[in-house]
Design a protein around this ligand. Structure first.
Ligand SMILES: Nc1nc2c(ncn2[C@@H]2O[C@H](COP(=O)(O)OP(=O)(O)OP(=O)(O)O)[C@@H](O)[C@H]2O)c(=O)[nH]1
Ligand SMILES: [Mg+2]
Ligand SMILES: [Zn+2]
Length: 374
């Protein structure tokens, strides 16, 4: 169904739905107000990024949506370091028709993955989120527990509260049994079962999203993130598409991260299904997502036990005794290894950047001596 509330925002970006102009409705919590106070004194305008198109953020302000250009110092990477959900200090220089995004307020949380195209760059998928909803479908090939574990590591690492949403309960016979399976890998995390077809769980989920708070949906293509968003909002604000018949995979229908608003006041960020979900700085995320293994590891003989072959390994003992699933331990070890490789790459990159900086500094010093003599 075409979206009848869509209209065109400043400078051409398509904006969907009725966008709030009240800062509280945009999630301008006390912490942001306090952070912004000195910037307001200097004449900056606060606004929140609802989407980014070709590096240009669409910033929602009290005066409506504004297309902004990131200030030069914020333009380091091609996508721009500005992310959906960011709070921005806007300047409107006289004679300019575009606003300039001068500063990003420190984030309370950020869902970050490793940029798939780069060696060691983090990519913020959404910022200042209160709850990360990791979405998986209970379709014939779901849930995928190992993928879920990876998603939960990133969710924990974001600093937001993780939660799991299991969709398409109408397609499976025993949702409760699958919930138990998921519970074993989503420790300390709320699990919600929903169906866009029967409406199961939709009202309950909506109740979880308090006015002025922000949630974000993450999960593979085709699991039903946008469908759920439409159900929660009550109108079709996002396009959805059937999964492929051959393999049940999604068609990557949603192509941009974007912020939406519930009539009740909650804020939802819908994201495109991600193929690659590589870890980024996930030390704490792994510890939080695997409290069972971390706790067992305290009983290992060696403090630096890798849980692969050491004698006196309490983790392997638990696995052999059937108290810890082998799949889960494999998953944990794989994530740890990925993190180690990432850290090595980050070190290489940091060294390369340092040596580049040294070379530049070397040139500057040489020029200085040439001009001033020794
Ligand atoms: N049976 C059933 N189908 C659903 C449910 N939720 C979503 N679907 C279907 O699943 C397909 C994919 O849904 P989308 O909402 O487009 O999935 P998505 O997660 O947004 O996918 P991307 O935008 O590609 O990341 C659509 O055909 C939906 O109708 C559900 O609860 N039950
Ligand atoms: Mg979608
Ligand atoms: Zn061990």
């Amino acid at each position: 169904m075409p979206n009848d509330t869509s209209h065109t925002g400043d400078n051409g970006g398509a904006v969907r739905g009725d966008l709030p102009r009240d800062l509280a409705a945009l999630g301008f919590a006390e912490r942001f107000q306090a952070l912004f106070a000195p910037l307001a004194e200097q004449g900056f305008i606060p606004g929140r990024v609802s989407r980014v198109d070709r590096g240009l953020p669409l910033v929602l302000t009290e005066d409506g949506p504004v297309r902004a250009e990131p200030a030069t110092h914020l333009r380091e990477t091609s996508d721009g370091p500005i992310a959906v959900g960011d709070w921005i200090a806007l300047a409107r220089p006289e004679g300019h028709d575009v606003a300039i995004a001068e500063a990003i307020l420190p984030r309370t949380s950020a869902f970050t993955r490793k940029d798939p195209g780069e060696q060691a760059i983090g990519q913020v998928m959404a910022a200042n989120i209160d709850t990360v909803f990791v979405v998986q479908a209970l379709s014939p090939n779901g849930p995928n527990l190992s993928r879920l574990e990876r998603e939960l590591v990133l969710a924990w690492e974001s600093g937001a509260t993780p939660a799991v949403v299991l969709t398409k309960t109408d397609l499976c016979r025993d949702g409760e049994a699958l919930r138990d399976e998921v519970r074993a890998v989503a420790l300390g995390v709320d699990i919600h079962l929903v169906s866009a077809v029967t409406g199961q769980g939709v009202d309950e989920l909506r109740d979880q999203i308090e006015p002025g708070t922000t949630v974000a949906f993450f999960g593979a293509s085709g699991v039903g993130k946008s469908t759920l968003l439409n159900c929660l909002i009550g109108t079709d604000v996002q396009e959805t598409a059937e999964v492929r018949e051959t393999d049940g995979k999604g068609r990557h229908t949603t192509v941009a991260r974007e912020m939406f608003f519930l009539p009740e006041g909650g804020i939802i960020i819908d994201t495109p299904g991600m193929r690659a979900l590589a870890l980024w700085d996930a030390e704490e995320g792994i510890a939080s997502a695997f409290p069972d293994i971390e706790e067992l590891a305290e009983g290992c003989r060696f403090a630096d036990c890798t849980h692969t072959r050491e004698p006196g390994c309490a983790v392997r003992e638990a696995m052999e005794a059937g108290e810890l699933a082998e799949r889960r331990l494999d998953s944990y070890l794989r994530l740890r290894e990925e993190l180690e490789r990432l850290t090595e790459k980050q070190d290489v990159r940091a060294r390369a950047e340092k040596s580049k900086a040294d070379r530049v500094m070397g040139r500057v010093i040489k020029r200085y001596y040439k001009e001033h003599g020794r």
